[in-house]
Design a protein around this ligand. Structure first.
Ligand code: ZN
Length: 236
């Protein structure tokens, strides 16, 4: 299994793992480390892939639907419906799945609480980062942004841009300056960065593009039918 090292000054007891597509047993178009059980892959292979992830316990998976709902994983909700979670328990592994949407990991500077969020454009528009920071409390927080689709490959319409009051993160391409419908390149990293900074969070990471690197990353926009990567965070 291959994973990214987050470059952030988190306390030493904070562990982050982001699994990319390499090192699993699924076949194309899910090759190979697909963690998504809802994308049409062989369930037995997904189970094997999930079991190969090097985390200290069963991940706290969520039913992700692009909301702003942040689940407290210490009060085990039966439906686990949400797009973010937090925990104060050591050894509890928070998890999200992504393939273009932005994964964001959180920790307090003291390393006594962690959180994770799944933030695509809908999540960012709905305020999932804000609700996660609120759930984490008023402590001084650090956030790390994992791999997401970059502005180089993410074009959206006016309907999406209109969901954001700040103009940050949207640029109109010269190639469509004269087209009837306005198209914009969207920068999830820039928008998340602005939102997090306005919430007083110190932000690290960002800048990778899942669409650009097909050898390492699944990308829903690039491939349609594809696998899901996993973001994980826990406290030792
Ligand atoms: Zn790209």
């Amino acid at each position: 299994m291959a994973s990214l090292e987050p470059g952030w000054p988190a306390p030493v007891n904070i562990k982050v793992l982001f699994s990319d597509r390499r090192g699993g047993c699924s076949h194309a178009p899910y090759a190979s480390l697909n963690l998504g059980s809802h994308v049409g892959d062989d369930a037995a292979l997904v189970t094997r892939n999930r079991a190969s992830i090097d985390v200290p316990g069963e991940p706290y998976w969520l039913e992700q639907t692009h909301t702003d709902i942040c689940v407290n994983a210490d009060m085990d909700a039966t439906d686990r419906l949400g797009d973010a979670s937090i925990t104060r328990e050591r050894g509890k592994v928070l998890a999200i799945m992504v393939a273009d949407c932005l994964p964001v990991m959180f920790t307090s500077r003291g390393g006594d609480i962690v959180g994770i969020a799944h933030a695509g454009w809908r999540g960012l528009a709905n305020g999932v980062l804000s609700s996660t920071v609120m759930a984490l409390g008023s402590r001084s927080m650090l956030a790390w942004m994992g791999p997401a689709i970059g502005p180089c490959h993410y074009t959206v319409g006016e309907n999406v841009r209109a969901c954001f009051s700040s103009g940050t993160g949207f640029a109109k391409g010269p190639e469509n300056a004269n087209s009837a419908e306005s198209k914009f390149s969207m920068d999830l990293y820039a928008i998340a960065n602005e939102q997090l900074q306005s919430l007083g969070v110190e932000v690290y990471g960002g800048g990778l593009c899942t669409y650009c690197d097909s050898s390492r990353f699944f990308s829903y926009r690039r491939d349609g039918v594809t696998g899901r990567m996993g973001g994980f965070i826990w406290m030792e």
